[in-house]
Write a protein that binds this ligand. Structure first.
Ligand code: NAD
Length: 503
């Protein structure tokens, strides 16, 4: 086992028009959530910074060459960027690990997945095409073309700083759009590094811009501005609602990737070893700070007690530790406010009658003294109408609720306002497919969890949002469909008398 050396403090300014601006006078200091060390500073952007970035991106779209380059050229730039990301993979992983607190091994996985997204988006960019309608009559031909949709505002949360940006940016660029990116104020480093790599790969100045700062200052203008054609947001449902309201005056296209409260449904006929591993991974991956986290275990009555016993035992083997330790499997909460929120949820669950089977507290031993660590927590007997079952906790906290049969499982799986993802564990294909079809969520996993591929779209239903990222559907979000209809030969007049003909 090894520990990666901490890097020096990185100081970032905005990235606008292909230039790294020096850090502004007012900065946001980012401290490691594991030990309180300062790891980076970002410019605390103002509204005027966001407006400047928007106007630069607008010019790059309206008059620049990026939207007008051939599909092959755009695809090649994305592939070059993927190669540069691979060359800089360890650097990018460290930045995300240091700023977010996630274990470095997971951050490396995020970088690998991000590179694949760039490669896949390049393939889609290269194969973009429209339709020709040639059977509309002898005198009519029509083209249905896909054009780049314009300037895209991208607002990103802190839990997967690079990966969630990579679910948007290469797809938008591949389609020919230009962008203004607003990363989380906790984790802005990798977005700026990525913009620099894109520039090196051949994206022209102004096509990708990054403004850092808090949401009310630099995020809100992206929602409000009429110069922004699409706002692609990933974050909480609460902020999402604010963004929908703020965007109303500009009537723009929105893509909303919001919160979730996914269920892991374990049937008695599952491979219980696989289910055990899947349930643990589903909830403790990325310390539970994951929108598709399987935060609710729904387990069939007949196997519940034995399964829980194994689950509690297995949870005790999870290695909690600092982000730069290769052995670490579960890192700290993003900041003290979030730590308090997670602990508050656990306390409320206790009061609502849940039994804490393991964890449930802040870890305060010498290894964790300065950090915001919560141990893997399992809460049994969580009622359907309780806050712990209904609300997104966004920490390493699993709620357990038992069910009788398939109908009961489906009802419970759908019994929250969210609809982002769900996992089903059974070896019975009829049952698996029935539950998968009845689950009201954008993604359903059968005998797997927190899985995916660049080809597979992701997105929410209900209060988890709308719009899709990744896959062809994710690419199409950044295009406008235009119909060009062409008549040839003499015009067939509906009212010939208007132009001197016979009625
Ligand atoms: P958040 O909503 O607090 O912030 C997300 C982003 O929005 C940040 O960049 C923030 O600065 C910005 N923002 C805040 N207020 C704003 C405003 N008024 N106008 C414009 N921008 C504003 O979310 P978070 O705490 O960073 O991330 C966690 C949340 O994100 C969870 O709810 C999680 O489920 C969700 N999430 C969803 C997905 C998905 O794909 N559906 C993926 C990851 C995270």
């Amino acid at each position: 086992m090894s520990t990666v050396e901490a890097t020096d403090v990185r100081n970032y300014g905005h990235y606008i028009g292909g230039q790294s601006a020096p850090p502004s006078q007012q900065t946001i200091e980012r401290v490691s959530p594991a030990d309180g060390r300062v790891v980076a500073t970002f410019s605390a952007g103002r509204r005027s910074d966001a407006l400047e970035a928007i106007s630069v991106a607008r010019r790059a779209f309206d008059a620049g060459d990026w939207p007008r380059r051939t599909a092959m050229e755009r695809g090649r730039v994305l592939l070059r960027c993927a190669a540069l990301m691979a060359e800089n993979a360890e650097h990018l992983a460290r930045i995300d690990a240091e700023e977010s607190g996630k274990p470095i091994t997971l951050a490396r996985g995020d970088v690998g997945a991000s590179i694949e997204l760039f490669e896949y988006a390049a393939a889609l960019a290269m194969t973009i095409h429209g339709e020709a309608h040639t059977a509309l009559g002898d005198d009519c031909t029509a083209l249905v073309v896909r054009e780049p949709a314009g300037v895209v505002g991208m607002i990103i949360p802190w839990n997967f700083p690079l990966l969630l940006l990579a679910q948007k940016l290469p797809f938008a660029l591949g389609a020919g759009c230009t962008a203004v990116v607003k990363p989380s104020e906790f984790t802005s480093g990798s977005a700026i590094e990525l913009a620099r790599l894109l520039s090196e790969a051949g994206v022209p100045d102004g096509a990708v811009n990054v403004v850092t700062g808090v949401g009310s200052a630099v995020g809100a203008p992206l929602a409000e501005s009429r110069e922004v054609d699409i706002l692609s947001f990933t974050g909480s449902t609460e902020t999402g609602r604010r963004i929908v309201e703020a965007s109303a005056g500009s009537v723009k296209r929105l893509s909303m990737e919001l919160g979730g409260k996914a269920a892991s449904v374990v049937f008695e006929d599952a491979d219980l070893d696989d289910a055990l591993d899947g349930v643990l991974f589903g909830v403790f991956f990325n310390q539970g700070e994951c929108c598709v986290s399987g935060a609710r275990l729904l387990v069939q009555d007949s196997i519940a007690d034995a399964f829980l016993e194994r689950l509690v035992e297995a949870a005790s083997r999870i290695a909690v530790g600092g982000p730069l330790d290769d052995a670490s499997e579960l890192g700290p909460m993003i900041d003290s406010g979030h730590l308090e929120k997670v602990l508050g949820h656990i306390e409320t669950a206790r009061r609502d009658g849940a039994e804490v089977l393991t964890g449930g507290e802040r870890l305060t031993g010498s290894d964790w003294a300065e950090g915001h660590f919560v141990g893997p927590t399992i809460l049994d007997g969580v009622r359907e109408d309780s806050a712990a079952f209904q609300e997104e906790i966004f920490g390493p906290v699993l709620t357990v609720t038992r069910f009788r049969d398939v109908d009961d499982a489906i009802r419970l799986a759908n019994a929250t306002e969210y609809g982002l993802a769900g996992s089903i564990w059974t070896k019975n294909i009829d049952k698996a497919l029935r539950v998968a079809k009845e689950m009201r969520s954008g993604r359903v996993w059968v005998n797997t969890t927190i899985d995916g591929a660049p080809q597979l779209p992701a997105g929410g239903m209900k209060q988890s949002g709308f719009g899709r990222e990744m896959g062809q559907a994710g690419f199409d979000e950044f295009t406008d469909v235009k119909t060009i209809q062409i008549r040839t030969g003499a015009r067939k007049r509906v009212f010939p008398q208007w132009t001197g003909g016979q009625r």
